[in-house]
Every structure is written in structure tokens, then in C-alpha cells.
Design a protein around this ligand. Structure first.
Ligand code: HEC
Length: 278
């Protein structure tokens, strides 16, 4: 870890990386982000980045392809479907909130909502639906919410990520997410960008760091380490803890804004969740 930090300090001086210029539009950021990863991984076709570390590391890709033959998250998709169809106490179902076709749900989020001033995420809307129907909300990081999110993700496979950031308020939320992504934090004083932009492809302990481009397309993710499925915000929290920073709450404003920026950076890639990781 010490070496990694020393390297990160050196990397901070390199000019070609996408930094966080104040006046760049989201579209400019996106072009710079893609160009950076294209240059860093010239042999990886753009559409492959949806596969995270498996896009850039052949050895772990082979293991992963074997896992995907009998996907560990299959049962979760089935559970999610049952949750989608099960009536609430008032007789309504999730279809009353999201519409009857579950394949249309995943790609609507994240999205900035002018009315509430919040970034709406798939998970926040699942709980909003429960509350509107007088049901107890789900826990945000795993369990039922991840199962239902896995079902929506599965149904949306193959659609393109097309997150919109329109208008000054949406841009302000996006910029907060972007600042979060590039801000150093924790006792190790490292940013998301240190590990997943500048050091993407490098080894850290037993892991190879995945590129930030494409990181959000395949959530929720089944992780062997978790022994189950987890949401994107569960991962954010884990990555904050890795640098010994205090994590924010799942579905806090901070993580929602981060998700808006982070997902926008994957525009044009395919939704391909749920995923499997070690
Ligand atoms: C000290 C290095 C480090 C920092 C800093 C870090 N991460 Fe990670 N992150 C990892 C490692 C290691 C993994 C597991 C291997 C991989 O997929 O990159 C990981 C995995 C992830 C994944 C899952 C990727 C996938 O394909 O499933 C996401 C998403 C993620 N990180 C986001 C973030 C965000 C957002 C931040 C900033 C809040 C962050 N990380 C900060 C080390 C880090």
C-alpha cells in the first residue's frame, strides 16, 4: 500500500489524465474520460469496459467466464421477480409505481429530480414505492433491494446507459459527484480516481484495479467476499473504508451525486447487471 501511495503522488503530476477542471461540461468530461482510458488500454474495445476488471485482465477473465456459466446471482433474479409480482397489503404491486414492463426501469436511473432537488436512484425509488404504499422500506445495501434491483438489471441487459444531466441544478449535483470522485480522503488520503483512473490496471494486494469507465453498468454485484449480492452504494462504502475514510450512508446525497457522475461516465456502454466478482 505504501508503494501505491508513493506512486499516486507521482501520477498526480502527469498531464494527460482527466482531472476535475471547473468549467468543463459533463459532455466534455465524458469525452476526456473515454479518451483517457482508450489511451491507457488501447487494446480494449470501448464496449468491453462494462466488464470491469475482466475487460483488462485475461487470467481473471477466464475464471470469471467459468463462474458465469452457472451464475451465482441467478437465484436472486428469481427472488427479485417474485418481489416484483407480490402484492402489497393494499393489493397494489411495484408495477403500480414502475409500470408493468420491468425491462424499462433500470435505465431510468440515476436521474436528477428538479422537484425534490435530489438524485433519484433505482434503489431510492424502490423504497419510495414501498413507502407510498404503506410498506416498510428495504435495507439499502443487500437483501431484498439487491434482489429486486438484480431483476430490473437483468431485464435491461443490452440497453445502453444514457444518463442525462440537463439544466444548472442537475449540473450542480453532477459536479458535486465529480468532486467527490476526485477528492482525496481517509487516512490514506486517496481519491476514487487514484485507484480507478490513474492506477487502473495496477495490482493492489490480491486485486487488479478496475477502470472507472464501466464500473456502474453491472450492479448489483454478487461478490464471493460478501457471500451474496450488494448494491453500488455498498461498494462505495467498502471503497471508502479501504482508505480508512468514514463511509457515507447508502443513498446519502453524497453517494447519490457520486452515482450520477460515475454513471454518466459510462454513457454509451451496455447495462449488463447483475454481475459476479470475487
Ligand atoms: C485504495 C484503492 C481504492 C480506492 C481509493 C477506491 N477503490 Fe474502488 N475498488 C478497489 C479495489 C481493490 C476493488 C476491487 C477490484 C476492482 O474491481 O477494481 C474496487 C472495486 C470497486 C468497484 C467495483 C467494480 C466492479 O466491477 O464491480 C467500484 C464500483 C468501485 N471500486 C468504486 C470506487 C469509488 C466510487 C471510489 C471512491 C469513493 C473507490 N472505488 C475508491 C480499490 C479502491
Amino acid at each position: 500500500m505504501k508503494r501505491l501511495i508513493a506512486c499516486a503522488a507521482v501520477a498526480a503530476g502527469i498531464a494527460t489524465m482527466p482531472t476535475a477542471p471547473v468549467f468543463a461540461s459533463p459532455e466534455d468530461d465524458l469525452q476526456a474520460f473515454r479518451a483517457y482510458f482508450k489511451k491507457k488500454f488501447p487494446d480494449v474495445p470501448f464496449e468491453e469496459f462494462k466488464n470491469g476488471v475482466y475487460a483488462i485482465d485475461k487470467a481473471s477473465r477466464e475464471q470469471w467466464e467459468e463462474i458465469e456459466e452457472f451464475p451465482p446471482y441467478e437465484i436472486n433474479i428469481e427472488k427479485g421477480e417474485a418481489i416484483f409480482n407480490k402484492p402489497f397489503k393494499n393489493g397494489k404491486t411495484f408495477a403500480d409505481c414502475f409500470g408493468k414492463d420491468p425491462s424499462t426501469v433500470r435505465a431510468r436511473y440515476p436521474k436528477y429530480d428538479e422537484g425534490s432537488g435530489l438524485v433519484l436512484t433505482l434503489e431510492s425509488q424502490i423504497n419510495a414505492c414501498l413507502k407510498a404504499n404503506g410498506e416498510e422500506p428495504f435495507k439499502y445495501k443487500k437483501g431484498k433491494i439487491a434482489d429486486l434491483s438484480a431483476f430490473f438489471a437483468y431485464k435491461a441487459r443490452g440497453q445502453k446507459v444514457d444518463v442525462k444531466v440537463e439544466g444548472p441544478k442537475a449540473e450542480a449535483a453532477y459536479n458535486k459527484g465529480k468532486q467527490f470522485f476526485y477528492a482525496k480522503r481517509g487516512q490514506l488520503n486517496m481519491a476514487c480516481a487514484d485507484c480507478h483512473v490513474y492506477y487502473a490496471g495496477s495490482r493492489i494486494r490480491a486485486d487488479i484495479l478496475s477502470p472507472a469507465l464501466g464500473q456502474t453498468t453491472h450492479f448489483p454485484v454478487y461478490r464471493s467476499k460478501w457471500g451474496g449480492l450488494g448494491t453500488l452504494h455498498r461498494r462505495y462504502s467498502g471503497c471508502n473504508k479501504q482508505v480508512r475514510a468514514k463511509p457515507f450512508k447508502a443513498q446519502s446525497n453524497e453517494y447519490r451525486q457520486l452515482e450520477l457522475f460515475h454513471s454518466y461516465m459510462s454513457n454509451g456502454l451496455e447495462w449488463n447487471g447483475p454481475g459476479a466478482r470475487k
